[in-house]
Design a protein around this ligand. Structure first.
Ligand code: FAD
Length: 406
């Protein structure tokens, strides 16, 4: 198996790198880790840049042309995504859930009208979408969703609450898991809706995180009327649709995360060279040297795991539960990388972005705090290990979960 780009792919990569160098936003400062203060400015920057990518023919390379994509291969999409992740990740973040989950759900499971209506607007940067799966009583056990959708005269009437909905405050639409039938086993009573966030009865309350930002929210629904045309697939298929699209998108996610983290290891190496502890350069300290080497090993494991899965998918294979390995390979090492960088910084680790004394514009402090959520979001580490145990290694089923699913 050869993971290197072929000559045509390498030529495409170089062309895109050259385009990107000329087309980053005029106010983009690569020395800052946060260029946009406040959610509105961030969302605007995302939309403008996505439009620019679209107009130049670099948005959603592998999506069919009739839905706004470029009709090219998954490899070209990966090349674009990896380059963006290692150059200007900040400009991608508000769109991660949308491109990673909403668009593939609509592409793989939506009807023709939904594909034509929504995909072009996602791809050209007009819309931002969020994901409304989790609820106060449905996180790891997402099949426990209790937000009710009752069908009545061509509408689903929604009542209930979602929580941890990232970017809901910036979003035009939401992919939503709801309960349409409370009288069947819980996995079978779920349905998948596309929700217009501007509908009357949708209330969004931002939640402040330990980083000080408020990127996720609580959502409340009070008799929200969603037209039945917004149902994806059939009523009762919500669980299968949610799982299928999650597995497809983890593959691309791992390859892209690998590129972003490789850049972070490079930054950590620079930090070790620049920083002194007790008068000695950190780079000479054996403990920090080991941490750097270990971080590099883990990022390479993620990178090659992502490429191996990608190669399966390019050859027509369907991704499976091994996606959980990728989730563990990006979330746990990322926490260690930021923890170790804070150790390198010593007392300077207390200085956040905005201070003239902050190192790398507070990148390490923000990342240290934000990475705490990595082992929770998109499924906790414990749950990923259960999936690997049960579905990759065929171990006996987790007893507590089996009991809850009855
Ligand atoms: C930064 C961030 C962004 C998020 N964004 C979104 C979003 O946009 N949309 C969305 O819908 N959700 C989002 N979430 C929610 C996320 O999906 C849930 O937090 C996650 O699924 C865990 O659910 P929970 O918080 O309810 O924890 P719980 O499920 O209550 O778990 C609590 C603890 O119990 C453990 N546990 C649970 N079940 C088992 C088991 N069977 N075996 C062993 N241990 C178990 C867990 O590992 C965890 O340690 C986000 C979360 C974070 C942190």
């Amino acid at each position: 198996m050869d993971f290197r780009l072929n000559r045509k792919q390498e030529a495409f990569r170089k062309k895109f790198v050259a385009w990107l160098a000329e087309n980053l936003p005029p106010d983009w400062d690569p020395s800052r880790f946060r260029n946009y203060d406040g959610p509105e400015a961030w969302a605007r920057a995302y939309r403008d840049f996505q439009k620019r990518l679209f107009e130049a023919g670099y948005a959603s390379m592998h999506y069919p042309k009739e839905y706004g994509g470029q009709g090219k291969t998954l490899m070209e999409e990966v090349i674009v995504m990896q380059t963006l992740a290692s150059t200007c990740m900040e400009l991608r973040v508000p769109g991660i859930i949308m491109h990673g989950m909403a668009a593939p759900t609509i592409l793989h499971c939506g009807n023709e009208e939904q594909k034509r209506k929504f995909l072009p607007k996602i791809i050209d940067g007009t819309q931002i979408w969020c994901q409304g799966f989790s609820e106060p009583n449905a996180g790891s056990d997402v099949a426990n969703v209790s937000t009710r959708a009752v069908r009545e005269d061509g509408y689903y009437i929604l009542n209930g609450q979602k929580v941890w909905t990232s970017f809901a405050h910036l979003s035009d639409y939401c992919i939503l898991l709801v309960r349409t039938d409370p009288n069947v086993p819980k996995h079978k009573g779920l349905s998948y809706l596309l929700l217009d966030m501007k509908l009357p009865g949708v209330e969004i309350r931002p939640t402040t995180q330990i980083t000080g930002g408020a990127e996720f929210n609580e959502l409340f629904f009070d008799d929200v009327r969603v037209p039945v045309e917004m149902l994806v697939g059939q009523e009762g298929q919500g669980w299968m649709i949610a799982i299928t699209t999650l597995m497809f998108e983890r593959v691309l996610g791992d390859a892209v995360m690998g590129a972003a983290y490789e850049r972070n290891i490079g930054k950590m190496l620079a930090l070790a060279k620049e920083t002194k502890r007790s008068g000695r350069p950190v780079i000479e300290d054996p403990i920090f040297r080991q941490q750097l080497a270990q971080g590099y090993i883990e990022v390479m494991a993620l990178k090659y795991h992502g490429l191996r899965n990608l190669s399966t998918q390019v050859q027509g294979g369907i991704p499976g539960p091994e996606g959980s390995i990728g989730k563990l390979l990006w979330s746990e090492p990322n926490q260690r990388i930021f923890e170790n960088a804070m150790g390198m910084l010593g007392p300077q680790s207390q200085i956040m972005s905005g201070s003239p004394w902050s190192v790398h514009d507070g990148f390490w402090q923000y990342g240290f705090l934000r990475s705490k959520g990595n082992t929770i979001e998109a499924g906790t580490s414990e749950v990923q290990r259960n999936i690997i145990g049960e579905r990759c290694l065929d171990l006996p089923k987790d007893v507590s979960r089996a009991a809850r699913q009855k």
